[in-house]
Ligand binder design. Sequence first.
Ligand SMILES: Cc1cc2nc3c(=O)[nH]c(=O)nc-3n(C[C@H](O)[C@H](O)[C@H](O)COP(=O)(O)O)c2cc1C
Length: 306
Amino acid sequence: MALPEGMRARLRLPAIAAPMFLVSGPDLALAACRAGIIGSLPANNARSIDILESWFARLNSELPADAPPWAVNIMVHKTYLRMQEEVDLAIKYRAPIVITALGSPKAIVDQIHSYGGLVFADVNSVAFAEKAAATGVDGLVLVSAGAGGHTGQISGFAFAPAVRSFFNGTIILAGGIGTGQAVRAAELLGADLAYIGTRFIASEESMAVPRYKEMLISATAEDIILSAALTGVPANWLRGSLIEAGYDPKNMPEKAPMNIGKVEEAAKRWRDVWSAGQGVGAIQSIEPVAAIIEQLVSEYRAAVSR
Ligand SMILES: Cc1cc2nc3c(=O)[nH]c(=O)nc-3n(C[C@H](O)[C@H](O)[C@H](O)COP(=O)(O)O)c2cc1C
């Protein structure tokens, strides 16, 4: 196990509320931290750098010093033009954790370490995990099969032990984790933290529209469709939202051209078609983040004492 010193004592549950485009903003991140897990938001959910700055200021001022740390997700893809501005803000506000996605974390590791921040890199293969580990990151987020958003294709059962065999830093396991039992299972596989996205989309604090939240309540794992047709990268989508947007889930078009850095274009797609992971079945109602975490904690404790 390799959590940074002192971190476990600040967490009620070894978990991160994962960053989600158009879903997680400062309200969700703050609620997650207040309820005892690491809260996060993607920087590109802020329409402008000034808005992002106001979010960072809120996170720093509204959380007590002994609360779980907060995290910001920054796209490190070469087409993403706002990257360095976001990194500069993370430095200014001493973001406790920066989670990189869609590229190599190399360019930012030293910058974030300069003030004592941690860098966790999002990876979806063992080869990418090896490359990211070599850049000196503190943690690796293993995006496994069944994850919401741009999913990996490797089972978490195979992915976590494979990476643990060569990486001594923090391992965060993602993909279909929607219960406290699954959080415990992630630890048994060698992970230090669980990365939970989908379970929080139907929270009161999420920015998802009401119809999206309702669709999650009735969906099961069978309603999750894997397709690269929308963003050029394999992602998991809710069947009902594909149908409402005019797609035939049984006959999805070929892979779209990849255009990750263009946030406005991406927003159009993610606004009309909704993503979720295979853990969607755990969602039974729209609840406050604190209630979801309370349930996860009680399930986790029961699993630990078995
Ligand atoms: C709607 C949605 C949006 C997402 N947006 C992002 C994002 O902006 N950046 C990112 O790194 N990951 C993003 N993800 C992936 C999550 O951070 C996380 O890896 C995933 O939700 C974990 O799997 P789970 O949904 O099965 O819990 C998104 C996931 C979902 C469901």
